[in-house]
Ligand binder design. Structure first.
Ligand SMILES: [Zn+2]
Length: 233
């Protein structure tokens, strides 16, 4: 264990919180035999012992390293998921599905236009006295329902077609790529990826990641397209 760090960056300041008392965990510098040692300490434990909080101190470098690993894994799974979705979309199978869906969509759109024409024809017929008001009411309700059904189908297909588009160069993936070459934890990296970390004495780190909505969106897309997975070459 090398604790001889020269003026280290306090990467987790303001982010790391004590699970036992909720306080922000501080960095403590201690000089021992002329060598500076750094620890993450709960301010309610430090100086008061277990009386106010029994959170034990955390080794500085190891804690930073652990958080660095967590962020790196997150970055990789984000980009891997994005890449997998892109690969799925590039497959012939996907192109075929998109073509089929578009064909279906234009078919249904044509039906909507047809129903619309019928409805205006009915209106004219009613005005001209060719059909009774009652027949008009009955038929126009019937065709309106038909039109609504088609419109719902078009909306479903449009939603499904959205799944075949991966938004490239989103803010999230641009941020991730910016940090891909980082070799160690920095405050800017922590600020980009983490909103908070709560740590307890059992070594349990409860990490709240940023870019979570974007990541969840990718996973959702992946799950919805699960049936296509088998076709990725
Ligand atoms: Zn505490």
């Amino acid at each position: 264990m090398n604790r001889e760090i020269k003026n280290p960056e306090y990467c987790l300041s303001g982010i790391l919180k004590c699970a036992h008392c909720g306080a922000n965990i501080n960095v403590k510098r201690r000089v021992k035999n002329g060598v500076a040692e750094y620890w993450y300490v709960c301010p309610k434990h430090d100086g008061f012992g277990n009386a106010r909080c029994d959170k034990s101190n955390l080794p500085f470098e190891e804690t930073n390293q652990l958080i660095f690993t967590i962020i790196k894994r997150y970055m990789h799974s984000f980009l891997d998921t994005e890449e997998l979705l892109e690969k799925m979309n590039d497959s012939n199978e996907a192109a075929l599905q998109v073509r089929e869906l578009n064909k279906k969509k234009s078919g249904i759109t044509a039906s909507i236009n047809r129903v619309r024409e019928i409805k205006s024809g009915l209106y004219r017929d009613m005005k001209d006295g060719l059909i009774s008001d009652m027949d008009y009411a009955y038929l126009s309700k019937k065709y309106s329902e038909e039109q609504e059904l088609y419109e719902r189908q078009v909306a479903d297909i449009t939603k499904r077609l959205e799944l075949f588009k991966v938004k490239k160069d989103t803010d999230a993936s641009v941020t991730i790529r910016k940090f891909m070459k980082s070799k160690k934890l920095s405050k800017t990296m922590v600020d980009a990826f983490i909103s908070s970390i709560v740590v307890d004495n059992e070594g349990q780190f409860d990490v709240s990641m940023k870019l979570k909505d974007e990541y969840d969106e990718l996973i959702k897309q992946l799950i919805l397209r699960e049936g296509d997975l088998a076709n990725v070459g």
